[in-house]
Design a protein around this ligand. Structure first.
Ligand SMILES: Cc1cc2nc3c(=O)[nH]c(=O)nc-3n(C[C@H](O)[C@H](O)[C@H](O)COP(=O)(O)OP(=O)(O)OC[C@H]3O[C@@H](n4cnc5c(N)ncnc54)[C@H](O)[C@@H]3O)c2cc1C
Length: 476
């Protein structure tokens, strides 16, 4: 492709900014990044409170976040000075949950669990070879194609019919492979981090994020954090780009033909190529920050049909200050609240700095679950749990946990809250039906490319890695 093409990138989150970085590194310098809010980072959101930065969105990475590391190098950022993460467990009544206490753990169960984890690791490397590369190209056809999860990201491809099993919900997938107990370990960084439940989410997504090496990093608490928050990575990246994102860009219309004409803040701009990292979902989205793609793009019938299949997680964070004497010693999980039956209850309570009262504690909650027997249509037609009601449930949870927020004017003092359009994904039937092959087959049509969370997985590394993958494939 001619290196002078004018490229518009929609969205100034990790996917959009890193698309700019990778394009620039390939010599494509004629790009504009449009960000609709007044800040970059998207769901990497680290607001300032009491002179420090806290995390309302993304928190951590692992040593295999090679793409995030590309950004760190480019932007001059390091994860060396982030706060250390600790993890404890509590029951919903506030008592210590001893289920993972090595001394108190039921030994026969522990041994069985350990042996299933080991077996799972072996199965993934052999039977499901190719399961962990970025993106989903070819998986529903029993193929893999992409870049290895190594620092060098060598191109890899192959045929492996077993990969078709990845369309199954994770629960069915591990039952099929006779390792159901691994769910006890995988659930913690999956469901509590808002990625849904194992009876509804295809294994392909669970393992895209929690591939075996990443999961072991979680188990061993071998994690990266950033002192100034995850948002600071993308702020630094934005500062280093030749063309930092254009903030407060309100796009009202995009019309595609030989050229791409974008109406932004009332003015028309013409481009040769378009990269969309904003949500691809069409129709009304019940979220304060997301809008359907068809509200501004001239979507084709094919795009409408495919993108109407996308669903997302209703994942909310709420920060509050508790009394000094009630501060927990460390962040904690409430594993009993990570089930579909306890939907709407707080699953994690995150404290960023050890031994520091008077800092916000952040709670994490999910508000919708697709029942196993329910069709996608019936699920989509059913309302989610009400946001306000769920907030009150979480406040009751906090009371029971003994860490209720301090009051202001008689009311619980919530210092920050965020509702995310989170982890866009499709369900098993559409995955098995080749949704990804169809969307990948549309890359480049109408001068349009799709990137961002839906194309691989909703975490920092998969989104940045996918932008790299896209640039490698189409802008070489
Ligand atoms: C509570 C929470 C915890 C998380 N924890 C982790 C974690 O620990 N580790 C991890 O790796 N990931 C984590 N994530 C996920 C991670 O933040 C996201 O996967 C990542 O930010 C996705 O990047 P993105 O660029 O694809 O999308 P986003 O971050 O959503 O960015 C999209 C950007 O596009 C902009 N935009 C949208 N529509 C338009 C439009 N029409 N015009 C212009 N701009 C538009 C948005 O304003 C936004 O800035 C977490 C997220 C949340 C919410």
């Amino acid at each position: 492709m001619d290196k002078g093409v004018r490229i518009a990138i929609i969205g100034g989150g990790p996917a959009g900014l890193s698309a700019g970085m990778y394009l620039e590194q390939k010599g494509y310098e004629n790009y504009v990044i449009y960000e609709k809010t007044d800040h970059v980072g998207g769901k990497c959101h680290s607001p300032h409170m009491n002179g420090k930065r806290y995390e309302m969105g993304a928190i951590m990475g692992v040593p295999s976040y090679y793409a995030v590391h590309d950004v760190e190098v480019f932007a001059g950022v390091s994860h060396a000075d982030g706060p250390k993460l600790h993890r404890t467990y509590r029951l919903p009544n506030g008592k210590v949950d001893t289920r993972f206490d090595k001394k108190l753990f039921n030994l026969p169960h522990l041994l069985k669990l350990k042996s299933q984890i080991k077996k799972f690791g072996e199965i993934l490397e052999t039977k499901y070879k190719g399961y962990d590369i970025c993106g989903h190209r070819g998986v529903s056809e029993g193929r893999y194609e992409g870049y290895a999860v190594t620092p060098g990201r060598e191109p890899v491809s192959g045929v492996n019919p077993n990969l078709k099993d990845l369309a199954l919900p994770f629960k069915k997938f591990v039952e099929l492979n006779k390792v159901p107990l691994v769910q006890e370990i995988w659930v913690q960084p999956f469901t509590s981090f808002g990625y849904g439940y194992f009876d509804e989410i295809p294994a392909a997504y669970v393992l895209k994020y929690l591939d075996f090496q990443t999961m072991m990093n979680f188990v061993n608490v071998n994690l990266w954090t950033w002192k100034e928050g995850t948002q600071s990575i993308y702020e630094a990246l934005n500062r280093k780009l030749k063309h930092p994102a254009v903030l407060n860009s309100k796009i009202s219309k995009i019309v595609r033909g030989d050229k791409v004409t974008i109406t932004v803040n009332g003015k028309e701009e013409v481009f040769d190529k378009l990269i969309i990292t904003a949500p691809l979902q069409v129709g009304t989205i019940n979220n304060p920050v997301a809008q359907g793609l068809d509200s501004y793009l001239d979507v084709t019938d094919k795009e409408r049909e495919l993108f109407s299949k996308i669903d997302y997680e209703r994942y909310d964070t709420m920060a509050f200050i508790t009394k000094e004497e009630a501060y927990p010693d460390a962040s904690f999980y409430v594993v009993d609240n990570m089930t579909p039956e306890t939907l709407g209850h707080g699953m994690v309570f995150y404290m960023r700095w050890a031994n520091e009262p008077d800092q916000p504690l952040v709670s994490y909650v999910l508000r919708k679950h697709k029942n196993e027997s329910e069709s996608v249509e019936a699920y989509k037609a059913r309302p989610e749990l009400d946001y306000g009601k769920t907030q009150r449930t979480v406040l009751e949870d906090l009371d029971k946990l003994g860490i209720a927020p301090v009051k202001e004017d008689g009311k619980d003092k919530i210092v920050y809250e965020m509702q995310s359009y989170y982890f866009p994904h499709i369900f098993s039937e559409d995955y098995a039906d080749g949704w990804y092959e169809k969307v990948e087959g549309m890359q480049g049509d109408n001068n349009t490319y799709y990137a961002g969370e839906i194309m691989s997985f909703g975490d920092m590394d998969e989104t940045v890695e996918y932008s790299r993958d896209l640039v490698e494939r189409f802008f070489n």
